[in-house]
Design a protein around this ligand. Sequence first.
Ligand SMILES: [Zn+2]
Ligand SMILES: [Zn+2]
Length: 238
Amino acid sequence: MSDTGQAHEMTPHRMFEIAGITTFASLEIWLVYRLVQASSSTESIVTLVLGALTGYVAADFGSGLAHWAFDRYGTEQTPVVGQNFIKPFREHHVEPKGMTRHDFVETNGNNCIATAPIVAAGLTVDLTSQHGLFIAMFCASISLFVFGTNQFHKWSHEDRLPGWVKFLQNAHIILGIKHHDVHHTPPFDKYYCITSGLLNPLLLKIQFFPRMEALIFRLTGVRAGQSDAEYVAARKST
Ligand SMILES: [Zn+2]
Ligand SMILES: [Zn+2]
């Protein structure tokens, strides 16, 4: 972890992150340009708006699913995801402001690498049909909001923010500060969605994640949440 403003060592992973951000941004601009060119009728504009909204909601749902899985299952020793995903999520419960010290590349590099293939897939879609327009716009929108997720999450922990970011938070377009505080209340077992948080009240109402955990327990015998509770207790006692 490195503080904002400090010189960053150009490690192979950081170079990979910078390449990921550059690739993602180039492909996204190209895809949006193609979509704008293809939006020639009222029908196509309606299709594009629907594709954008679907991608926006799907990104929030995906952020909740990933966050829930890394919060509730596995340990830092889990192969592949343990160190890179589970550990940062567990640390975040103990030290929520730690992520505010990450610079733009650290915050957004991994999500750009993960979403660049989705944008690339969107570029292969034939835009002459409404069906194709919807899928391509969905790819552009979900990848844009998945890209934004870590940044929105980081802003929800910042003390000082530009006015336009506060406006987006207060309008519930991106994750709000008070809204996300609900997740940071022990035992950290609700409001997992961190893109806009739009789906959190609904998922809580239908008890989506507890039901998923009950199903996984019935199918596999694996109980959720134990390792996170142990991690937080161990870190707080040191
Ligand atoms: Zn969490
Ligand atoms: Zn948080």
